[in-house]
Ligand binder design. Structure first.
Ligand SMILES: CSCCC(=O)C(=O)COP(=O)(O)O
Ligand SMILES: [Mg+2]
Length: 261
C-alpha cells in the first residue's frame, strides 16, 4: 500500500464515524440492537412529548415517500377512525425495524435513533466506542492548527452522545463542528459543497476520511480530497478502488506527523 500524504492545501479534516473513528461492530452489535429492542418502550413512554411527536411526523412523511418500495410499512395517523394508539405505535415500530433491516440512512430514522440512545448513554449503560488511535491523532491535528469536523449519517445529537459519553471520556471539545444528513446525504456530491460553504473554506481545503467508496467518490466530485479507511470488519474495497484511492489503516502518529512536516 502506498504511504498516505495529504495535499498541502488541506486545512480541515472531515471524519466519518462508523468504520472510521469507530468500529462497525459497535454500531451493528450495540447501537442498532439497542434501538430495535427499545423502540416500542421509548415510543410508549414518550408518545405525548413534542420531540417524540415530531419524530413520528417525520417517519410518517418518510413512509409516504417510501410507499412504492417493496415491503414498506405505512404509518397511519392517530386521527384515522378505528385505529387505536397501540396499533399506531406498532406500525411505527414495524416501520423502524423495516428501515433498519435495510440499513436505511433516512434523516427521520436517524433522528429517532439518537433520541432512543440518549438515556442509555446518560445512565452509563452504553459508552461510545472510539478506536484508540483517534484521540491522539485529533489532538495532534488540532495542535498543528487543523480544524476537525464530523460528518456522519447518524444525527448530530447521536454523534454528540457517542463522543460525549465515549470510552475515552468526553471528546466533544476535539471537534470544530458536526454535520449529518440534514446538510445532504453522504453519497451526494452537493453535500460536500454545502459543508465547505458552511465551514467557510474551499472544498480543496478539506480532506474527508471514510470507509465507504461511494461517499469518497461523491466527495471527490465536489473537489474534496479523500482517503479510504480500512479498519477490521469494514466493507471490502475492490482491487480497482485500492489503486484509485489513498488508503489508511489507522490515524497513527507517524501518518499524522507526515502530513504537516
Ligand atoms: C453517530 S450515530 C451511529 C452511526 C449511525 O447511525 C450510522 O448510520 C453511521 O453512519 P456513518 O455515516 O458514520 O458511517
Ligand atoms: Mg462510515
Amino acid at each position: 500500500m502506498a504511504p498516505f500524504t495529504a495535499p498541502t492545501a488541506v486545512t480541515t479534516l472531515l471524519l466519518d464515524i462508523e468504520g472510521t473513528t469507530s468500529p462497525i461492530t459497535f454500531v451493528k452489535d450495540v447501537l442498532f440492537p439497542y434501538v430495535k429492542d427499545n423502540v416500542k418502550g421509548y415510543l410508549s413512554k414518550h408518545w405525548k412529548e413534542q420531540p417524540c411527536q415530531e419524530d413520528v411526523a417525520e417517519l410518517r412523511k418518510q413512509a409516504d415517500a417510501d410507499s412504492l418500495l417493496s415491503g414498506f410499512v405505512p404509518i397511519p395517523c392517530t386521527s384515522e377512525c378505528n385505529i387505536d394508539l397501540d396499533a399506531v405505535i406498532q406500525a411505527v415500530v414495524d416501520n423502524v425495524h423495516w428501515q433498519m433491516s435495510h440499513d436505511r440512512k433516512t434523516t427521520a430514522l436517524k433522528q429517532l435513533q439518537g433520541h432512543i440512545w440518549k438515556s442509555a448513554y446518560a445512565t452509563g449503560q452504553m459508552k461510545g466506542k472510539v478506536y484508540e488511535d483517534v484521540v491522539p491523532a485529533i489532538q495532534k491535528w488540532r495542535e498543528a492548527g487543523i480544524k476537525v469536523y464530523i460528518y456522519s449519517s447518524g444525527s448530530i445529537e447521536a454523534q454528540k452522545l457517542l463522543f460525549g459519553y465515549s470510552t475515552e471520556g468526553d471528546l466533544l471539545t476535539l471537534f470544530d463542528g458536526h454535520f449529518d444528513t440534514t446538510i445532504g446525504h453522504k453519497g451526494e456530491s452537493e453535500s460536500y459543497i454545502n459543508i465547505a460553504k458552511s465551514i467557510g473554506c474551499s472544498s480543496e481545503n478539506i480532506l474527508f476520511l471514510t470507509d465507504v467508496t461511494k461517499e469518497a467518490k461523491a466527495a471527490e466530485e465536489a473537489g474534496v480530497h479523500v482517503a479510504v479507511v480500512l479498519r477490521p470488519g469494514n466493507i471490502a474495497v475492490t482491487d480497482d478502488e485500492k489503486l484509485r484511492y489513498s488508503l489508511i489503516t489507522s490515524f497513527s502518529m507517524s501518518w499524522v506527523a507526515s502530513m504537516y512536516h
